[in-house]
Design a protein around this ligand. Structure first.
Ligand code: ADP
Length: 397
């Protein structure tokens, strides 16, 4: 089966065409600057990246261009549209309605729309992408895979905030968690890779990318995760603050004469390791260079980042009454040895010990980092959200 995986944002759209039998990527790319001017990036497996400036005023036009590129007689990956057997869509917020992937019907789309308030930047864009695909490929089955679904197994004690209960009842204010597709994929793969029985294991996944979250996966089900109602809670991220004293918001609003939107903009876009380095880069490649060049703020920002990750791992060890394995994943988790080393240094009390040399040499590959006598296994497991979406799509169909 050929599954087209679509991850649609407000002005961009990432796609991959995956052969579900061999699990290989036949073609991938993205549309950028949708509604502005438009740029299509297309790459067939084994081929060069092709970049075309092309007007795409709407998402429907962007997806038309993707389909044209996929069936192009010269560089296309398939002969015709008929060879796309299913489309898997990433949907950011499924609220409490969706605890697993679903076939996208009119009723389901209406239910997703009801979650728009919870993710106003993401869900409307996801829906636009789904509707455009349905118009262009009316007979192809479409599946929605939710970032929040994997975390729906959290118990009430983990998802309720210490707020008036009516806010949960009336507005569904609770912890939802995000990156669920990645946490699910990586926890399963960690168990397989380390020879653990997923159904009898305690795994902590540290998904450390530009957005970052930690989750506790007990016996294959998520029991807690660091992101909350929105992806702002938890770890210090590229530009997001993560956990702060909520009273800081009022204090800063008064001092800086900001309204609530202004404060939220600061917490989402001007904080994290970027904000901590006075608006420096949020990219850990740049931060590592800055540290080498003696930039103390960069060193402190990375320390704060790692300390917060280690604190969450400690908390989730308590939540599960133990931990068998810790998996690092996503851009930073897969590539930044310094972060993995610093995080693991805090975990000596759990018996964690990692092979320094192996850690330094690991970039984006499945690797066991822990030493044989380590009390807890530590590994790097590259995430693959597109493949996870394709698998979910095929499983559902
Ligand atoms: P997202 O999907 O949230 O954009 P990713 O998982 O792609 O995040 O991670 C992106 C981040 O990972 C970058 O901002 C950078 O900090 C880090 N990163 C990616 N590749 C490398 C690398 N080779 N070396 C160091 N850091 C990297």
């Amino acid at each position: 089966m050929n599954v087209l995986v679509i991850n649609c944002g407000s002005s961009s759209l990432k796609y991959q065409l995956i052969d579900s039998v061999s699990e290989s990527v036949k073609a991938k790319g993205l549309c950028e600057r949708i509604g502005i001017d438009g740029r299509l990036v297309y790459q067939k497996a084994g081929g060069e990246k092709e970049i075309t400036e092309a007007a795409m005023p709407t998402h429907k036009q962007a997806i038309s261009l993707v389909i044209e590129a996929l069936v192009n007689p010269k560089s296309g990956a398939i002969g015709s549209l008929d060879e796309i057997d299913a489309v898997g869509h990433r949907v950011v917020h499924g609220g409490e309605k969706f605890a697993s992937s679903v076939l996208l019907t009119d009723e389901v789309l209406a239910a997703i729309e009801e979650c728009n308030d919870l993710a106003p930047l993401h869900n409307p864009a996801n829906l636009i992408g789904i509707n455009a695909c349905r118009e262009l490929m009316p007979s192809v089955p479409m599946v929605g895979v939710f970032d929040t679904a994997f975390h729906q197994t959290m118990p009430k004690k983990a998802y309720l905030y210490g707020l008036p209960y009516e806010y949960y009842e009336k507005y569904k204010v609770r912890r939802y968690g995000f990156h669920g597709t990645s946490h699910s994929f990586v926890s399963k793969r960690t168990a397989e890779f380390l020879g653990l029985d997923l159904k009898q294991s305690k795994i902590i996944v540290a998904h450390l990318g530009n957005g970052a979250s930690v989750s506790a996966v007990k016996n294959g089900a998520c029991v807690d995760t660091s992101m909350g109602l929105t992806p702002l809670e938890g770890l210090v991220m590229g530009t997001r603050s993560g956990d702060i004293d909520p009273a800081i918001m009022e204090y800063i609003a008064k001092k800086e004469d900001l309204d609530i939107e202004g404060v939220m903009e600061v917490l989402n876009k001007k904080s994290g390791v970027s904000g901590m380095t006075r608006g420096g880069s949020s990219d850990f490649r740049d931060l590592q260079e800055e540290i080498k060049a003696g930039n103390e703020l960069a060193a402190t920002a990375v320390d704060v980042f790692c300390y917060r990750v280690a604190k969450y791992i400690g908390a989730y060890t308590a939540a599960m009454n133990g931990v068998d394995a810790i998996a690092f994943t996503a851009g930073i988790g897969e590539n930044v040895a310094l972060v993995r080393r610093k995080v693991c240094e805090y975990l000596g009390y759990l018996g964690v010990s990692i092979d320094e040399e192996r850690n330094e040499k690991t970039f984006g590959e499945e690797t066991v980092l822990s030493t044989d006598p380590s009390g807890v296994k530590v590994c790097v497991i590259p995430t693959n959200e597109e493949l996870a979406i394709a698998r979910e799509t095929v499983a559902l169909l």
